[in-house]
Write a protein that binds this ligand. Structure first.
Ligand SMILES: CC(C)(COP(=O)(O)OP(=O)(O)OC[C@H]1O[C@@H](n2cnc3c(N)ncnc32)[C@H](O)[C@@H]1OP(=O)(O)O)[C@@H](O)C(=O)NCCC(=O)NCCS
Length: 158
């Protein structure tokens, strides 16, 4: 029996906010290659997503040990799609449970949300190509049905 067989995917509950914060902190540390990174304001941000105060949500993959994977998404609107679409903001699976289809189950959960909300486009921002596991992340999305689009740029205003 693999761990993934006992995995259940569903919307994050309010009592799981701290687990989601821990998961996204682990993701950001992994992407930055900095184990001491402490992102600010995450509790409030996660709470806003979990309680529906912003257009979006958080799906979690749970097993008896707790939250083992997280997929956070927002629902922006864009002229180019003539309406709303789904943007994956964060996706992370516990390293001990990787390569067992947990992220695939989170994506299946997201597809269900999109069907319910009548959204037919899902986009995701990829990590920087400098990220050590970039190629594997790209392989994961391509295998899941995503096609690659152009890279994105960021402008941090003072
Ligand atoms: C990408 C990620 C969410 C996939 O989760 P997962 O549950 O292992 O995914 P699945 O089991 O459905 O698919 C596994 C595939 O993911 C890919 N993958 C990407 N990064 C990986 C990693 N660090 N370790 C293992 N697999 C990884 C591989 O292609 C793998 O295929 P393989 O098992 O044949 O090698 C997970 O590896 C992760 O959290 N990575 C670090 C953060 C990240 O890149 N997040 C996405 C961008 S924000």
């Amino acid at each position: 029996v693999t761990g993934a067989e006992r995995i259940r995917v569903g919307p994050a509950r309010v009592d799981e906010v701290d687990d989601v914060v821990a998961a996204i902190t682990a993701l950001l540390r992994e992407l930055r290659g900095d184990d001491s990174y402490e992102p600010a304001g995450m509790r409030e941000a996660v709470t806003a997503f979990v309680t529906g105060q912003v257009p979006g949500g958080v799906l979690v993959a749970r097993d008896p040990a707790g939250v083992r994977g997280v997929l956070a998404y927002s629902i922006p609107v864009a002229i180019r799609v003539a309406g709303a679409y789904c943007l994956i903001q964060e996706l992370w699976v516990d390293p001990q449970l990787r390569s067992r289809g947990v992220a695939g189950e989170l994506l299946a959960g997201l597809a269900e949300v999109c069907r319910r909300e009548k959204l037919t486009r899902v986009e995701v921002c990829l990590p920087s190509p400098r990220f050590a596991a970039f190629d594997r992340t790209v392989a994961f999305y391509e295998r899941s049905g995503f096609r690659m689009a152009g890279p994105r740029a960021m402008w941090d205003l003072p």
